[in-house]
Design a protein around this ligand. Structure first.
Ligand code: ZN
Length: 166
């Protein structure tokens, strides 16, 4: 990974973490009945952060970036089911996980349809748990994050397309 990719990836992880911390805190103080609206309103924020990161990685690899990303949406049923599964005290974690799935899914799905991408990597957060450490590296299928996971998906582009600075 180039230096620029490393810096961009670390920055992106931090921006999703800030969003995740914000919505976790918000979900901790609202009535449970408001959790649905919180997820529905913040999901697109995670997606927006991810689309900017995706194109930064693409352009800095010598590609043109995605003009049109897959449309990301989260269905009301999915939100309801996921929130219903959260145990006592787990609601903030469930809210956070649902919102951050927007960015993760945008990266994994775009990497699959972008002919210039090689795929995506599971980039683990610095204090990742054993489960996440075992997942780190090239990913397949869905990004199955646990509650309060701070790991991210990052697109992978071929090294040969890296811009020459010489
Ligand atoms: Zn994780």
């Amino acid at each position: 990974m180039s230096k620029l990719h490393s810096v961009a990836t670390e920055h992106y992880m931090n921006t999703q973490r800030v969003l995740g911390d914000h919505v976790y805190a918000a979900a901790s103080v609202i009535p449970a009945g408001r959790a649905f609206d919180l997820v529905a309103s913040r999901y697109s924020h995670s997606v927006a952060l991810a689309s900017r990161f995706y194109n930064l990685m693409s352009v800095s690899s010598g590609n043109s970036g995605m003009k049109k990303f897959p449309h990301m949406s989260i269905s009301p049923d999915h939100i309801d089911n996921a929130l219903a599964k959260a145990g006592p005290g787990q609601l903030p974690g469930a809210v956070q996980s649902l919102i951050l799935s927007g960015g993760r899914d945008l990266i994994t799905q775009t990497s699959e349809i972008d002919p210039l991408a090689e795929g995506w990597d599971w980039v683990m957060e610095p204090e990742a748990c054993d489960y996440c450490a075992s997942k780190a590296g090239p990913g397949t299928g869905d990004f199955r994050a646990h509650y309060s996971c701070g790991c991210i998906a990052a697109p992978r582009f071929t090294e040969s397309k890296t811009i020459s600075t010489g």
